[in-house]
Ligand binder design. Structure first.
Ligand code: HEM
Length: 351
């Protein structure tokens, strides 16, 4: 019974619904109750609740970056930083949560495993929406034919449609790419007073210098890295599921000059995206190790090859690996070209 004066904790939280949503199949009449099925259900539900919160935060970030102009000094950008950071904290918790499931032994699981077929975490729509919202494309997935199905073990048609529609809309990766491309750091007007260190070429004076300093920093065994540098930052490159050359230049520039206060928020946003990838990969790995212990090399209830499939996904499902790879192209702080005054002044007013 709800008291009359104001909100009542159980009703505000709709606990009646939530706490009436655990119905282990093995507890049904005629079955042998498997004690650990309760844990199995609750842990999945807890994951799904957190997935919901992650999607809520990612949708906010998507909205901000969908604006035609993102003011780098605005509170919006700071809120994105803050909320993306929250996503990493939730993901850290989700990594930790695997240890609770690890208290279930393979024999405990075997007691109810057959009842689940063909359901599997593979069918978690929210997990797929998180991946798709961030920017993991269907065709870039490990064994992507597994996903293209609505038959047994696959997705219900409406879930499948929803995942496809989020994939077809702009992803956070694409929006960040566009935001980086719009950054005006290399406008000629800011570089008139720049003191170049190396003879000029057709490259922008900053990149001409940076490329030479980088080349001089490479050891003999690393010479190939200069070709990779050109592929990432110099040659024209479209953003097909990764970042364009223009976006990569801005991202590297932000990484290099992060100590300027105006770059702090942008730097932290990029850094947090890398961290999100790390936590997701960490979770995939922990889940894979847990699955290998739980079912060995048997196929999954969702009908993939099981541990083999999950191991491939750990390797391949990084979303922001271009950003993480920026470290390959850093140079020592003391060798950084000194930025021209005009640019430093202008950086305070980027829009
Ligand atoms: C006894 C515990 C568990 C076992 C044995 C298990 C097993 C598996 C297997 C074998 C797969 C591959 C798909 C398949 O063929 O079924 C899979 C995928 C997946 N599972 Fe689990 N799982 C367990 C617990 C969990 C939990 C607690 C979650 C939390 C939501 C979860 C989420 C997922 C997700 C999201 C995938 C898809 C992964 C991807 O495609 O990268 N699983 N699981």
């Amino acid at each position: 019974m709800k008291p009359d004066n104001g909100q009542y904790y159980p009703s505000y939280l709709q606990l009646e619904k939530i706490l009436d949503s655990q119905h282990p199949l093995s507890f049904a009449e005629g079955q042998e109750p498997a004690h650990d099925e309760m844990l199995f259900i609750i842990i999945h539900q807890a994951y799904e609740l957190w997935f919901k919160q992650i999607l809520f935060e990612l949708d906010f970030v998507k909205k901000v970056f969908s604006k035609e102009k993102v003011d780098d000094n605005s509170e919006d950008l700071n809120l994105c930083r803050h909320r993306l950071k929250r996503v990493t904290t939730i993901l850290a918790l989700l990594n930790q949560q695997v240890t609770v499931l690890d208290t279930m032994t393979p024999m405990d699981f075997l007691e109810f495993r057959n009842l689940l077929t063909p359901a599997s975490g593979f069918q978690s729509k929210q997990f797929r929406l998180i991946e798709a919202t961030l920017g993991l494309k269907m065709e870039r997935r490990h064994q992507h034919d597994y996903y293209k199905r609505t038959n047994e073990g696959g997705f219900a048609q409406n879930d499948f449609n929803e995942i496809n529609s989020i994939e077809a809309s702009q992803t956070i990766l694409q929006l960040i790419n566009q935001w980086l491309e719009r950054m005006p750091f290399f406008d000629e007007k800011f570089w008139k007073g720049y003191a170049a260190q190396f003879p000029s070429t057709q490259l922008h004076p900053f990149w001409n210098d940076y490329r030479s300093i980088y080349a001089n920093s490479l050891t003999e065994r690393e010479q190939q890295k200069l070709t990779d540098f050109d592929t990432q930052f110099i040659k024209e490159k479209q953003a097909d599921g990764s970042f364009s050359d223009a976006a990569m230049r801005s991202a590297l520039f932000i990484m290099l000059y992060r100590d300027f206060p105006v770059f702090q928020t942008s730097f932290q946003i990029l850094d947090t995206l890398i961290e999100i990838d790390h936590w997701l990969a960490g979770w995939r790995h922990k889940h894979y190790v847990m699955v290998r212990r739980m079912i060995g090399m048997r196929v999954g209830t969702g009908n993939t090859s099981g541990a083999g499939y999950l191991e491939g996904a750990v390797q391949q499902h990084y979303i922001f690996k271009d950003l993480a790879a920026l470290s390959t192209y850093l140079i020592e702080r003391k060798r950084l070209p000194k930025l021209p005054e005009e640019l430093i002044k202008a950086l305070g007013f980027i829009s």
